[in-house]
Ligand binder design. Structure first.
Ligand code: ADP
Ligand code: GLC
Length: 492
């Protein structure tokens, strides 16, 4: 395999800034590709309050970003991805990225997002030219980077960056980046791209749609999600476009950063354990019970959640059946999450109604996330849709049995428990209803109490899985090759 030059362009990258799994994926995939010998460089915004940012150096020369009829100036910072030599670049621009949040700018107004991310998409092009480093592939992640492939096909057609291929990964098709059509003028893209088979959508500008039309190749983060996005139910209005592009679309399953999520070494845990010696898990469970104010009891099955609290994740179904669960089953539940105020409020109320049995922490806390996943007996993901999902993979690494709805990447990663054969890695249910979730949790609870050997077998099966990035990074390599050949063919 030839050494490829890959620019990873993303709005969030762990551990610098993380809202969800996209940040984990960009970091871990980049590391894995670099370990395979590729020249990978990451570009992301410089936000306020970034983790692990100490030691970053500012480059002397400002970055000139060529937008429509004007130039914007940014400052570039350079650092390495922790735990690797991989170069990361950060673009600073106070008006766009001066605040701590990723998806809301310093003005506190989401309407700015069009300008913020048009700037990022454009900055990627100008950055490569100015650094005199033209990648073979620009790998863009989700709608904030969606205009980069459009620039590459239009304003850059006769310039060096127009020769590079683009790969666009859909982590979540729900978010499109819809803005007023005046963003076109701001971006400097030609009017010709504002058409129904381009950026236009019901008279407005849809960044994601443009990216999906213009990217050389498209990926999603699991094979099942790649199929779902082509259906009316899963396509978020873009299913026809994705069917049109289906010969350029492929699903590649996410992996896990095995150093970051490792039960034998995890620095966030008070004790360690492995598949062959699970003793340490009891101490982690006890610490988890203390952290959430639950009764410290090794024998009560403990179910946890670590998630964004949004409709996608189906946690309203959990909130809806929690009182019943508490009344009918001897279980504990702990929820770590932040998001929709109504759901946050529901979990607060449940914490008050069931002291010692239900606990919640409303906020974002990586250390607590590790503890909450590692110390639990079961991990709940009742997602309405789930492009891949990382929580269930992390859970299985720690012998925490997932309880998941059969959708998207959850289908591809959690093998349903077969009581007869002793096979499977989790409790899988089908309907997105509170009742179906209630019964799945009941099934897990009954297995825990009544068939402890079967429960231990499930834990072992999960821990034996291969969640490394190796196989998926190899698939991305082939996709990059495929994209590069397609791009070169376009110039013959
Ligand atoms: P999504 O990207 O849709 O949010 P994933 O399952 O792919 O879902 O990834 C979620 C990631 O974010 C996981 O690493 C999870 O541990 C982390 N996470 C979610 N909510 C929180 C939180 N409140 N505190 C810490 N980590 C969180
Ligand atoms: C998205 C999806 C999630 C996926 C993550 C990383 O946020 O919601 O399912 O695991 O991206 O690809």
């Amino acid at each position: 395999m030839e050494r490829q030059r890959i620019l990873m362009l993303a709005p969030e990258v762990a551990p610098f800034k993380k809202v969800g799994g996209l940040a984990d994926v960009v970091a871990a995939l980049s590391k894995s590709l670099a370990a395979r010998g590729h020249d990978v460089r990451i570009l992301m915004p410089r936000y306020a309050e970034m983790e692990h940012f100490d030691g970053a150096q500012a480059l002397e020369r400002p970055l000139i970003v060529r937008l429509g009829g004007h130039e914007a100036y940014g400052r570039i910072w350079q650092h390495t991805l922790p735990g690797s030599e991989l170069p990361c670049y950060f673009i600073e621009h106070n008006q766009y990225f001066g605040g701590p949040a990723v998806y809301v700018g310093p003005s506190g107004n989401e309407d700015d997002n069009g300008q913020r991310f048009a700037f990022l998409s454009r900055a990627a092009i100008d950055f490569c030219e100015q650094m005199d480093w033209i990648p073979d592939v620009v790998h863009c992640h989700d709608w904030p980077c969606a205009l980069t492939p459009v620039y590459m096909n239009t304003t850059e057609a006769e310039r060096p960056m127009g020769r590079a291929a683009s790969v666009f990964t859909i982590h979540n098709l729900q978010h499109h980046g819809w803005f007023h059509r005046s963003l076109l003028q701001f971006s400097g893209l030609p009017n010709s791209v504002f058409r129904s088979d381009g950026l236009e959508s019901m008279g407005e500008l849809n960044m994601l749609k443009g990216g999906l039309y213009h990217a050389t190749k498209i990926t999603t983060v699991s094979p099942t999600y790649a199929r779902e996005v082509q259906t009316p139910d899963g396509g978020c209005g873009l299913n026809a476009l994705l069917r049109f592009r289906s010969s350029d679309l492929i699903g590649v399953l996410n992996g896990v950063d095995l150093d970051e999520w490792n039960p034998t070494t995890d620095p966030h845990l008070p004790a360690h354990f492995s598949a062959s010696d699970m003793a340490g898990k009891a101490a982690v469970k006890a610490a988890l019970q203390v952290a959430y104010g639950l009764e410290v009891n090794p024998d009560k099955p403990l179910f946890t959640v670590v998630s964004r609290l949004v409709g996608q994740k189906g946690l309203d179904l959990l909130a809806a059946c929690c009182d019943r669960l508490m009344a009918d089953m001897q279980i504990q539940i702990a929820v770590l999450g932040t998001g929709e105020p109504d759901l946050e409020h529901s979990f607060d109320q449940l914490t008050q109604r069931h002291p010692g049995r239900f606990g919640s922490y409303i906020g974002f806390n990586n250390q607590l996330a590790h503890l909450t996943i590692a110390g639990a007996d079961c991990f709940i993901m009742p997602s309405r849709f789930e492009p891949c999902g990382l929580g269930q993979l992390y859970a299985m690494r720690y012998g925490t049995v997932p309880v998941v709805r059969a959708t998207g990447g959850l289908i591809d990663t959690v093998e349903p428990f077969d009581e007869e054969q002793g096979t499977g890695t989790g409790f899988v249910f089908n309907q997105a209803t509170a009742d179906a979730l209630y019964y799945a949790i009941g099934w897990a609870c009954a297995t825990y109490y009544d068939r402890p050997d079967a429960f231990r077998q499930l834990q072992q099966n999960g821990m034996a899985g291969d969640y490394s990035w190796d196989a998926s990074a190899a698939k991305y390599e082939s996709i990059y090759d495929w994209a590069v050949s397609a791009r070169q063919a376009a110039f013959v």
